[in-house]
Design a protein around this ligand. Structure first.
Ligand SMILES: Nc1ncnc2c1ncn2[C@@H]1O[C@H](COP(=O)(O)OP(=O)(O)OP(=O)(O)O)[C@@H](O)[C@H]1O
Ligand SMILES: [Mg+2]
Length: 266
């Protein structure tokens, strides 16, 4: 495998009783790339992220991460190799503070039993969390209970928790979903800059094309489980198939998302 490649996917398929959720997916991702995954609802974006991170086993095909085959390996072992993720729905502990959430994430990232036996509130771990809070602008929220925070800050915490182990590859499933348009760009500026600084390769699922255009080197457009376009943003966002099968639906999703935020549900 070429050393510059961090992820290599060949002929990946996934079907669920009659539904083909991934069909013949082939992909090479170079170290350090920032990639946007777009596609209408049900196009297969989350299924793809789930297969790469071990949450779903492919029906057939091959996934290599950093030179090793990881097809069908369980999520914990994949995380240990340096491929981490966040979920479409935030995984933060809502009744705990920001610091407490990060302490849990830092302890779990150690992934050895001896480490889990140590008290969570050690100076070493608190220092580590404070560094992360500074990097992700979370310091002012340190002792706030997570359910009192805006959706944007909660998402930021969720992502900060996913990167405590400094992964080589990070997959983010809709990092800005439910986040108001005012907060979206600040959130992504912080996240993308922090990840670029530490050299993490990023694939993120996104419905807002303004966000995609601003941050990515390359777009993967999904439709009915297939990648129908793999190109830089200027090419992909002007591609006739992407316009027909993705952008119409995405505009609708973004609009619905913003209506939900305005209605105060998020
Ligand atoms: N566990 C499952 N069992 C059965 N079908 C599933 C399962 N997970 C996903 N699917 C189906 O696979 C297809 C792709 O779903 P997926 O969740 O990947 O869509 P998506 O592109 O992430 O959509 P969204 O933008 O709404 O999140 C859909 O038809 C979905 O119903
Ligand atoms: Mg999804």
């Amino acid at each position: 495998m070429n050393n510059d490649l961090i992820l290599r996917v060949r002929d990946l398929h996934k079907s669920f009783a009659g539904i083909i959720a991934a069909n013949n997916i082939n992909l090479d991702v170079a170290n350090g790339e920032i990639i946007g995954i777009i596609g209408a609802n049900g196009a297969g974006k989350t299924v793809f992220v789930n297969m790469v991170t071990g949450y779903l086993k492919p029906t057939s095909g091959l996934i290599e991460f950093d030179g090793d085959e990881i097809t069908g390996i369980n999520p914990r072992d994949i995380t240990r190799t340096g491929a981490c993720r966040s979920f479409q729905i935030s995984q933060v502990f809502m009744t705990m503070t920001v610091l407490e959430n990060l302490l849990v994430a830092v302890s779990l990232a150690r992934q050895d039993l001896k480490s889990l036996l140590k008290p969570l509130y050690s100076d070493e771990r608190i220092n580590e969390c404070e560094q992360i809070m500074r990097r992700y602008n979370l310091t002012e929220h340190r002792d706030k209970i997570t359910n009192t925070l805006s959706q944007g800050v909660r998402k930021l915490l969720d992502i900060a928790m996913a990167v405590v182990s400094k992964p080589k590859l990070l997959l983010l499933d809709e990092p800005t979903s439910g986040v108001s348009s005012e907060e979206k760009f600040d959130l992504m500026d912080l996240v993308v800059n922090a990840l670029k600084e530490q050299g993490t390769t990023v694939l993120f699922v996104e419905h807002d094309m303004e966000v995609v255009r601003r941050y990515v080197d390359r777009i993967l457009a999904f439709y009915q489980g297939e990648i129908i376009c793999d190109a830089p943003p200027d090419v992909a966002l002007n591609d006739s198939k992407v316009i027909e099968y993705v952008l119409g639906e995405s505009r609708k999703s973004t609009y619905e998302n913003e209506q939900t935020v305005r209605a105060g549900y998020a």
